[in-house]
Design a protein around this ligand. Structure first.
Ligand code: NDP
Length: 326
């Protein structure tokens, strides 16, 4: 038997609780994993609270991330004892996920945990951290360099934002952090931000072209914030867009793209190919100071995941939440 967070649904509403399950209840898969740590992402909070239709089939164990040790495998790449990390691929949405002590998965979804990271550190980063790393890779690939000027990170005290600030600062960029929680300025400066903006400066309707400020942007917020970020990006700069914390809408004009050659780079973590995942995790393991990971992370037991999901959606959580499932 093992403990899991289980979401069930009857005709009208969903319910969620920590439940004891038998190993044979796990879905089909060619690799078994003893989960050591999972995490709470924005998407997990939406799934647990039912505020968005993230879960595609019921009953469902949520958790789009996990890190643990292979217990059994009929997949050629994995053997018992291997330390692995999993992000996305529909896990926690269509296939039982990481908020449990056991998982059974397709071995093609796993990547080796970088030797420099513990399973707890990997989950302190989780999909949010790995997505932040994909965004940094995207900016670099589009030619944004530290000597070209300041870069902006929106949603800066969130999971994606916090890790993006730390990674960009470490890579030598001058980082401006936009936040609704300006009381967290010290936290953001500790991660490497050189300036902190009130997000209200970016969150309302603005002119199609504004003063050129940013060489590059990592945006986890969407909506007017992303539109203003594009309108403030310097000639030839790039904006990596990965989130929708403010909204899914994009009330923009094409002016920054056709008059300043600004690039809007879409970043998806869920179906990203393995080579990009490995590169993103390599960057995380190489560039992030373990102390910065600790500053970003807080830890909860599995039994607190339901209450914490509500707080996360209410914007009351800073950084990343690690879930100790054991
Ligand atoms: P968090 O909840 O940890 O952070 C989101 C942050 O956005 C908050 O901390 C807050 O930061 C800011 N924010 C919240 N509400 C608003 C608002 N109404 N207007 C402006 N800013 C707001 O989430 P994550 O960092 O984990 O994820 C961020 C976004 O990225 C989510 O939309 C998530 O779904 C998406 N995402 C996408 C992925 C992909 O594959 N493309 C993968 C991972 C995440 P502050 O208080 O500092 O302003």
């Amino acid at each position: 038997m093992f403990s899991a967070l289980l979401i069930t649904k009857d005709q009208t509403e969903q319910s969620v609780s920590v439940t004891e399950l038998a190993e044979d209840a796990l879905p089909a898969g060619n690799v078994g994993v003893a989960v050591e740590y999972s995490t709470l992402n924005y998407k997990d909070a939406l799934a647990i609270t039912g505020r968005s239709p993230i879960v595609r089939s019921f009953p469902m164990v949520p958790g789009i991330d996990l890190a643990g040790v292979v217990t059994d495998s009929s997949h050629s790449a994995w053997k018992p004892g291997d330390r692995v990390v999993l992000n996305g691929w529909g896990v926690g949405e269509r296939h039982w996920g990481g908020l449990a002590q056991r998982a059974r998965l397709d071995g093609d979804w796993l990547i080796p945990l970088p030797a420099e990271l513990t399973t707890r550190q990997a989950m302190a980063l989780g999909t949010a951290g790995y997505t932040a790393s994909l965004c940094v890779e995207a900016l670099l690939a589009s030619g944004v360099r530290p000597d070209q000027g300041e870069v902006l990170v929106t949603g800066a005290t969130g999971g994606v934002g916090s890790v993006a600030v730390a990674l960009l600062a470490r890579a030598g960029y001058t980082v401006a952090a936009s936040t609704g929680t300006t009381a967290e300025a010290e936290y953001l400066q500790g991660l490497g931000a050189t300036s902190v903006l009130d997000r209200a400066e970016l969150s309302g309707p603005g002119k199609p072209l504004q003063k050129e400020r940013w060489a590059g942007v990592v945006d986890s917020v969407g909506s007017h914030t992303l539109v203003n970020a594009c309108a403030q990006t310097r000639y030839g700069g790039a904006v990596a867009a990965c989130g929708l914390a403010q909204g899914m809408d994009l009330p923009a004009t094409v002016a920054p793209f056709i008059l300043r050659g600004v690039s809007l780079l879409g970043v998806d973590s869920v179906m990203a190919p393995l080579d990009r995942r490995r590169a993103a995790w390599d960057r995380l393991s190489r560039d992030l100071d373990p102390a910065a990971i600790e500053v970003i992370a807080s830890e909860i037991p599995l039994s607190d995941a339901i209450a914490t999901a509500g707080s996360l959606l209410d914007g009351a959580i800073r950084g990343r939440v690690v879930v100790d499932v054991n």
